[in-house]
Design a protein around this ligand. Structure first.
Ligand code: OSB
Ligand code: MG
Length: 370
């Protein structure tokens, strides 16, 4: 690889996104551009600016790429996106930073050969159902309005964020006001404690609302707590933060900690790793869906293709660009009959709009062979 570029981009959100670990009003994105002789490619680092979802955050991702990851890639002559995971394995963790590099190298490679990322990863459908994630709202009235609007837009499934004090009541009101015949699920982002039987009993009250699943109520390492709750309730438990690799996925399933997995490439260290988790879940008859991290149109393109793998049988956190951004860095993603279309052009199949990118860019760094 000749050169890697780190582009920092600020995309204001159309409305603040509030979760159990904080409020976000802008998406501070790190994009990686890989420059090879034959083609150029782009990757997106999904880390947030604050280490609340996981230990990674944008500034740290840029540092670890510069100091430790980029040199491993720039030194290589015979580089393929398929062996980036192996090539970077001497560095522990930093999965989101690694994924951004895998994406950039893969996009350049696929563009050079004219192959789509969908065909590389193994997409089997040309469109995927769109789901939407809703932050903690200022009031229940506002939540009902927002969710009603998403259903009108055609979203096939709605997820709401929950935390202690914002859980049973909002779910009960949504079901009362908007009915039972839409797919609804909740995401706790680790805000609950499994150490207290009170909190387990409290969460068990969610069983009455025909939820598709409860996602990650407890801390990432608390697999036993999730297994305990799974035995107590009939609503499926889904893991997000806990699953950082194919082997943690296997451990979680073996312990009965979940019966559904939210797959995010950034969290597990790449799209190749994401596919491995898909494959092992498929062998075990466990459904997966594609999670999101407020990606720009670039990361969204990769996720839509991932979600077109055969065992992604549940709608993902895959929404239109306008759900988060008034201006995206690619052609905006739009819902077509409640679905997003799997790109079929070379690489990720989307073009970064140079003028928009430039207007939102706060810095660019150039890394080349030593
Ligand atoms: O827990 O799934 C999550 C966003 C940022 C960090 C964690 C999560 C989320 C979302 C939004 O729920 C998913 C999306 O629409 O991109
Ligand atoms: Mg989640």
């Amino acid at each position: 690889m000749k050169e890697l570029q780190l582009h920092r981009v600020r995309l204001p959100l159309v409305s603040p996104f509030r979760t159990a670990y904080g409020i976000q009003t802008v998406k501070d994105v790190l994009l990686v551009k890989a420059v090879a002789d034959e083609a150029e490619g782009w990757g997106e680092c999904v880390a947030m600016s604050f280490p609340g979802y996981s230990s990674e955050y944008t500034d740290a991702a840029a540092l670890v790429i510069k100091a430790h990851l980029a040199p491993l890639i720039l030194a290589a002559d015979d580089l393929s996106g398929s062996d980036i995971t192996e090539r970077l394995s001497s560095v522990i963790g930093h999965n989101m930073a690694k994924t951004a590099l895998e994406m950039a190298v893969l996009d350049a490679e696929l563009r050079a050969s004219g192959q789509s990322f969908g065909s590389w990863i193994g997409s089997v459908t040309d469109r995927v159902p769109a789901g939407v994630s809703t932050g903690i709202a200022a009031s229940i009235t506002e939540l009902v309005q927002t969710v009603g609007g998403y259903l009108d837009d055609g979203y096939r499934r709605v997820k709401i964020k929950i935390q202690p004090g914002w859980d049973i009541e909002p779910v009960a009101v949504l079901r009362r006001e908007l009915g039972e015949d839409f797919v609804l699920q909740v995401d706790g982002n680790g805000a609950y404690s499994s150490g207290s039987s009170g909190e387990l009993d409290h969460l068990a009250q969610l069983d009455r609302f025909a939820l598709a699943m409860i996602e990650q109520p407890f801390a990432p390492a608390d697999l036993l707590g999730h297994a305990r709750l799974a035995r107590q309730i009939s609503t499926p438990i889904c893991l997000d933060e806990s699953v950082s690799s194919p082997s943690t996925a296997e451990t979680a399933l073996a312990l009965g900690a979940c019966s559904v997995i939210n797959v995010k490439a950034g969290r597990v260290g790449g799209y190749g790793e994401a596919r491995r988790i898909h494959d092992l879940c498929r062998e075990r008859g466990v459904a997966v869906w594609c999670g999101g991290m407020l990606e720009t149109g670039l990361g969204r393109a990769a996720n839509v293709a991932l979600a077109a793998l055969p065992n992604f049988t549940l709608p993902g956190d895959l929404s239109a660009s306008e759900r988060y951004f008034s201006q995206d860095i690619t052609e905006p993603w739009r819902l077509v009959d409640g679905h997003l279309t799997v790109p079929d052009g070379p690489g990720f199949g989307v073009e970064i709009k140079a003028d928009i990118l430039e207007s939102l860019t706060t810095s660019v760094e150039y890394l080349s062979r030593p």
